[in-house]
Design a protein around this ligand. Structure first.
Ligand SMILES: Cc1cc2nc3c(=O)[nH]c(=O)nc-3n(C[C@H](O)[C@H](O)[C@H](O)COP(=O)(O)OP(=O)(O)OC[C@H]3O[C@@H](n4cnc5c(N)ncnc54)[C@H](O)[C@@H]3O)c2cc1C
Length: 394
């Protein structure tokens, strides 16, 4: 059977877009599927957020996977009497458990678990009236429309000096990372952003000795890009800029990379002041493995003896999708900017049959594209693209 919609990627983006297509664009359930290798939808999101030990999201409560703006707040109303700490100031940031419970609610509302094909897409080919997608088990799916909602979470960034084969070195976003210390240890965390900060705070809470190595000093920003990017003004300026290389520059400059919000910065400063956290501003040059642990040589001429190293260095910046997307680009001559990312139209179409979301939509949606806000924006654009034009919301 040919589907109307096939979504590759069942993360934050794929799940929200599925809900929007079913709930807002009246796509029949039996005409849509989501392919994702995870044991359940949103598995990567759950693994990554659990690994760092964050209690609340960085984004506010209006950023969620439901259809309506206030859906998460309304959902929380049912729990308010039972659980304190559902939202953290400022900006009503939802707790991770509330956010995840609401994700479950969205999944259940639209029966998304039943639409999940647990597999990996390995090849996409454009046909006359749609797209054919081959799965890892050789099965083929056909759909009139394809959404590439492939995030970056499968490509954790490993610095050159960090050997993947060393049993004492782990990346916190590596799937099934088993690098968390089970007894009190001295741990070096590498990274300068919010994930590294959360990992440090979790380790300190559990009683470990912690060294943090960051290329830069503490950078404090409430959000990972200026909230102006959520409004119409920056959006309009961005869409007026037609040159994809200029857009890439804007995106790079707009992202507050390696930053932490004020409350997390306060906790780190407190830990430093109390001598619980050793902060090293520099870069690791080399790891020397000994029988009794590791010596990390930092370019500040310091050698730090530790039991293990946890990398919280985020995700590689290369275009996600690997060979499957490379081949698709070649076979269909899909346009890309110099940075390798798709050049798509304002409705997020890379091809009349192929839509993108997340990092792949960055040159159209701007700095918020990878975030939950970006998933919502992608949902708006895709739904507007397929709605009869007379019914488009103003
Ligand atoms: C720890 C952490 C905290 C964050 N907190 C916030 C926050 O508070 N607010 C906010 O707005 N953003 C936050 N983000 C950023 C962003 O919202 C998340 O990274 C989000 O999970 C991205 O969703 P995604 O769907 O684009 O990507 P992913 O989570 O990467 O999901 C994509 C899915 O596609 C699958 N996939 C890839 N290739 C294929 C293939 N060939 N076939 C089938 N499936 C495939 C992957 O396995 C994955 O399951 C956070 C990110 C992290 C890591």
């Amino acid at each position: 059977m040919k589907l109307d919609w096939l979504i590759i990627g069942g993360g934050i983006h794929g799940v929200h877009i599925a809900a929007r297509l079913l709930g807002d664009a009246s796509v029949p359930t039996e005409r849509l599927r989501i392919v994702d290798p995870g044991e359940r939808l949103l598995a990567q999101w759950r693994n990554c957020t659990a690994a760092v030990g964050m209690t609340h999201l960085r984004s506010s409560s209006v950023h969620h996977l439901g259809l309506h703006h206030g859906a998460l707040q309304r959902f929380a109303g049912k729990y308010k009497r039972r659980k304190p700490g559902l939202f953290a100031p400022p900006f009503q940031r939802p707790s991770l458990s509330l956010f995840n419970a609401h994700c479950d609610h969205v999944e259940q509302t639209y029966g998304l678990a039943d639409l999940h094909i647990r597999n990996r897409a390995v090849k996409c080919s454009i046909r006359n009236d749609g797209v054919e997608v081959r799965l890892d088990d050789e099965r083929e799916l056909q759909a009139r429309n394809l959404v590439l909602a492939i995030g970056a979470s499968e490509q954790p960034r490993w610095p050159d000096w960090a050997p993947r084969s060393n049993p004492h070195v782990h990346h916190v976003f590596e799937p099934e990372c088993d690098g968390w210390p089970s007894r009190p240890q001295t741990v070096m965390v590498v990274g300068g952003g919010i994930s590294a900060a959360h990992v440090v705070l979790r380790l300190l809470k559990e009683g470990h000795q912690v060294h943090l190595v960051s290329r830069h000093g503490l950078r404090q920003h409430q959000f990972d890009s200026d909230p102006g990017w959520l409004g119409w003004k920056y959006k309009t300026i961005f869409s007026r800029q037609r040159d994809p290389e200029q857009r890439r520059t804007v995106v790079t400059e707009a992202r507050n990379r390696g930053s932490v919000p004020p409350d997390v910065a306060r906790s780190l400063r407190r830990a430093i002041a109390r001598g619980k956290l050793q902060w090293h501003e520099g870069e690791v040059q080399e790891l020397i493995t000994r029988t009794d642990g590791i010596r990390a040589r930092i370019d500040t001429d310091t050698v730090v003896p530790v039991d293990r190293v946890l990398l919280a260095t985020g995700f590689a910046s290369r275009r996600p999708g690997g060979a499957m997307v490379d081949e698709l680009i070649d076979s269909a001559s899909l346009p890309c900017a110099c940075c390798g990312y798709p050049i798509v139209d304002s409705e997020l179409r890379w091809h009349p049959r192929i839509y993108v979301s997340g990092p792949l939509a960055e040159l159209e949606l701007g700095p918020v594209s990878r975030n939950i806000a970006g998933a919502r924006r992608a949902g708006d654009r895709i739904v507007d693209a397929i709605r009869p034009k007379s019914a488009v919301r103003t």
